[in-house]
Write a new protein. Structure first.
Length: 271
């Protein structure tokens, strides 16, 4: 058995004073050296990262939002999967809790040997569990302080990925677990904002309906409303190496992203 250890914390948390938490579970790039040695050269570039979301959401602190940022790569463990590894989209191609392949369906491990159950359990305990414990605790803190808590799960993905969807993905993919994770009126307000984004396309509960974080933590009856946004990376960055942030491109979509976050806050504070 290969033991898993890490010398980095699982997350960084900024605590805000308003009733919104922005979760960024796939921005992490850290892979412990012993694990990195087992990966292919391609995988060590961590190409399936949700790059630069902290920069894109740079306005959020000034709005008073809390921000939870993952540190480890999704190749270590995927924080937006169920802890038991059960598929979120049965019948469709997905990557696992501890992935063994890239989004392009190429192997992550140079020798073809992914983690065994014992190593997966170690990764879960070291990275997955602390992130989710913090996420849950922050939502509880916000709800206790404000009577309501809003969760925005921030993601991005390459706009063309034949393994997961045909053609080009809409730019703004809002997910509410088919209406289960937040108030329907809020979802419609968010969709209207997204559809009004100049030069961009939007959909609600299309290919991406929200992953484990949205589905598990979104409990409208308990005054916790959760929404996932999966954005196309071409809306703000270079989709291939070196994955650069493109400020002029990002400037066209960032105002809409800020409007979406402000709508979440407005809903909470009107409740």
């Amino acid at each position: 058995m290969t033991a898993f250890t890490t010398d980095q914390p699982a997350f960084r948390l900024h605590q805000g004073q308003r009733p919104l938490l922005i979760s960024m579970p796939h921005v992490g790039t850290y892979v412990p050296p012993a694990l990195a040695q087992r990966l292919t050269a391609e995988a060590r570039q961590v190409p399936d990262t949700d790059w630069h979301l902290e920069q894109l959401y740079g306005f959020a602190r000034a709005l008073g939002a809390s921000i939870l940022v993952a540190t480890h790569s999704r190749y270590v463990i995927d924080l937006n999967r169920r802890s038991d590894g059960a598929s979120l989209y049965p019948g469709q191609s997905v990557t696992g809790l501890c992935p063994v392949d890239t989004f392009d369906d190429t192997p992550l491990y140079a020798d073809g040997q992914g983690p065994d159950e014992a190593e997966i359990a170690q990764r879960r305990e070291a990275v997955w569990a602390p992130y989710h414990a913090c996420l849950q605790a922050e939502l509880q803190r916000l709800r206790a302080a404000h009577g309501v808590a809003m969760l925005w799960d921030a993601h991005s993905i390459r706009s063309v990925l034949p393994r997961f969807f045909e053609g080009k993905l809409p730019d703004l993919n809002l997910g509410t677990a088919d209406g289960a994770s937040c108030d329907p009126a809020l979802a419609q307000r968010l969709l209207a904002i997204a559809q009004a984004a100049p030069g961009h396309t939007a959909v609600l509960n299309g290919r991406f309906k929200g992953g484990h974080i949205t589905r598990h933590h979104g409990q409208p009856a308990q005054n916790i409303h959760a929404v996932q946004l999966e954005m196309t990376q071409c809306s703000y960055m270079q989709e291939s190496l070196p994955f650069d942030y493109l400020p002029e491109v990002a400037a066209r979509i960032q105002p809409t992203v800020q409007q979406l976050i402000e709508a979440m806050l407005a809903f909470a504070e009107a409740a």
